[in-house]
Write a protein that binds this ligand. Structure first.
Ligand code: FDP
Length: 342
């Protein structure tokens, strides 16, 4: 059944919404609009494949491992290629970088380059694919810094503070696209009967008080004292004296999205499991910075435990960071515990 409203509600497609936002910028060329629109198109393509994941040959993993040493799932590869191939030839981008590739992804010589830079995590939460649990795609758009013809790594190594736009797709009960160009956060739900993303969540703000916290408790014994005590605080000793509910999908986009709509905190701290990964698991450029941008636009906050994620200058493409993200007061509380107890 289509979700076309019968009342006087305005139907706002994502294309119309992006165009309307562009009207606020008289110098806009339409390039960002079409870039965002093609990301939405890639999202539709990925969504149509995720819904067939249990039936088609795309279920399961390939024999390859990505730069993080993780096994590449077939859907990862398909999503990675879809995003690249929809964007490599349109003359909007100087360079791309994907979480699945060690190095930057240049624009082929035969195509023109443009003024933007696209970074993306094609499938986030991919360990969930085989179990039919929510997964997502995360994207970040920066303005290029270099003036040479082809973009370079300096164009990709920019702090989240400099983001022009960021967003994510969530492939779940329904498919959603949530994005911000720095003027609030807006959510669109894919109506599969007409193949359009329709505005369903206008100007999202993280509600108060918070309701949830999301963390992988399986790692408790590897946490610092500050993280353990912060978790105990959430479990029962919050300032209001009520425990928050614990919900962990293990898919950052899904966990973040729930906390964005319902109020809460997701955290993936540094831990003592792997001395080679002293900064935790999540990637600054592909995961933490874009979601921090969305979060701050919705009135929330994201920190690495010591400072605002948006202020971190990345040194490498695949740099990892501890992440505390969601309702501002909870993230600040985490910082307090870490400052005092480590
Ligand atoms: P995944 O490895 O399945 O891609 O950074 C990736 C991520 O999932 C996040 O989406 C998720 O929040 C986290 O890792 C889950 O890690 P744990 O299994 O260690 O909890």
């Amino acid at each position: 059944m289509s979700s076309i409203p019968t009342s006087h509600e305005q139907i706002m497609t994502i294309e119309r919404h992006i165009l309307q936002e562009q009207e606020g910028y008289p110098d806009a060329t339409g390039m960002l609009t079409s870039l965002l629109y093609d990301i939405a198109l890639a999202g539709k393509f990925i969504a149509s494949n995720t819904t067939r994941a249990g039936l088609s040959e795309i279920l399961g993993s390939t024999d390859e491992y990505n730069v993080q040493g993780e096994q590449v799932m077939k859907l990862d590869r398909l999503a990675d290629q879809a995003i690249y191939r929809l964007n490599d030839h349109a003359g909007r981008l100087a360079v791309l970088a994907s979480e699945e590739h060690e190095d930057i992804l240049p624009i082929p010589d035969k195509y023109p380059t443009g003024k933007y830079v696209l970074l993306y995590d094609p499938i986030d939460g991919s360990a969930n694919i085989d179990y039919n649990v929510s997964i997502g795609t995360i994207f970040s758009i920066y303005q290029r810094k270099t003036q040479t013809d082809r973009g370079g790594i300096e164009d990709c190594l920019q702090p989240g503070r400099d983001l022009i736009a960021a967003g994510y797709l969530l492939y779940s009960v329904s498919t959603m696209l949530v994005y911000s160009t720095g003027a609030g956060v807006h959510g669109f739900t894919l109506d599969p009967s007409i193949g359009e993303f329709l505005l369903s969540h206008h100007n999202i703000r993280i509600p108060e008080p918070a309701n949830y916290f999301s963390v992988n408790h399986g790692y408790t014994k590897y946490w610092s004292q500050g993280i353990r005590h912060f978790t105990e605080y959430l479990e029962g000793l919050t300032d209001e004296g009520r425990p928050l509910s614990d919900r962990y999908i293990g898919s950052l986009v899904g966990d973040f999205h729930r906390n964005l709509l319902a109020g809460g905190i997701f955290y993936y701290p540094a831990d003592s499991r792997d001395p080679e990964k002293p900064s935790g698991k999540l990637r600054l450029l592909y995961e933490a910075a874009p979601l921090a941008f969305i979060c701050s636009q919705a009135g929330g906050y994201a920190s690495n435990g010591y400072m605002d994620i948006l202020d971190i200058q990345p040194d490498t493409l695949h740099q990892r960071t501890p992440l505390f993200i969601g309702s501002r007061d909870l993230v600040e509380k985490a910082e307090q515990y870490i400052r005092i107890e480590g």
